[in-house]
Design a protein around this ligand. Structure first.
Ligand code: C5P
Length: 220
């Protein structure tokens, strides 16, 4: 059967997660946060004492293929341990970016990501949802916002969770992560040819959600 899927790709802290999960909620669809899978893989690899580079590419890929993860309500369990907060730190994001640049790790996570495509439908967010994982998706949104805006949003997010942060460090971090994500050989961050671009600088979440739902309606 044809199972609808809607992709939201874009750079770090562009608001993909918020937008995609709200659109999923509004449509009553499943939601895939693909970045979480890379974050969990990075976390598991660091825990196993591995350096996150080609030296351990295949070991990390094998870990990714057999990740003992359970998504339960808003929590993520790795081997029974709640890692929800641990994978949200800046360091975990940087580690995710490192393992995600290893081609074997990306391949290892393809089937798992595609398995989220279930009726009545899926909203998936990440970097390559529209280009690699769900190339047949009828709607692909590429979300952007200025680096300054993204750094500021990330800053507020972290501070509200009681995680210490400074704006200049965050901005440097996200620019480094964007550069690595955009320049890697496999599945680099770039809009799919048939993606619709949405710049949400200065837009409220509700406005972005409304825009995407309108595009989705137009595709039906
Ligand atoms: O989206 P999030 O910031 O949680 O993703 C963490 C990292 O995982 C990104 O910086 C990127 O390197 C990687 N990623 C990816 N492909 C995806 C989702 C995330 O390479 N589909």
């Amino acid at each position: 059967p044809h199972i609808p899927v809607l992709c939201v790709d874009g750079p770090t802290a562009s608001g993909k997660g918020t937008l995609a999960s709200q659109v999923a909620h509004r449509l009553g669809y499943h939601y895939l946060d693909s970045g979480a899978l890379y974050r969990i893989t990075g976390h598991a690899a660091v825990h196993a004492g591995l350096s996150l580079d080609v030296a351990h590419e295949h070991t990390i890929a094998r870990m990714a293929e057999t990740l003992p993860i359970v998504f339960h309500a808003d929590r993520v369990l790795l081997d029974g341990v709640d890692v929800t907060d641990a994978i949200r730190t800046e360091e975990a994001g940087m580690n995710a970016s490192k393992v995600s640049a290893l081609p074997a790790v990306r391949t290892a996570l393809v089937a798992l990501q595609q398995s989220f495509r279930k009726l009545p439908g899926l909203v998936a967010d990440g970097r390559d949802m529209g280009t690699v994982i769900f190339p047949d998706a009828p709607l692909k949104v590429y979300l952007t916002a200025s680096a300054a805006q993204r750094a500021e949003r990330r800053y507020k997010q972290l501070i509200s969770k009681g995680i210490p942060a400074t704006l200049p460090a965050l901005r440097a971090d996200l620019e480094a992560r964007d550069a690595r994500d955009s320049n890697r050989a496999v599945a680099p961050l770039k809009p799919a040819e048939d993606a619709l671009l949405l710049d949400n600088s200065g837009q409220s979440v509700e406005e972005s959600v409304a825009q995407v739902l309108k595009w989705w309606d137009e595709k039906q």
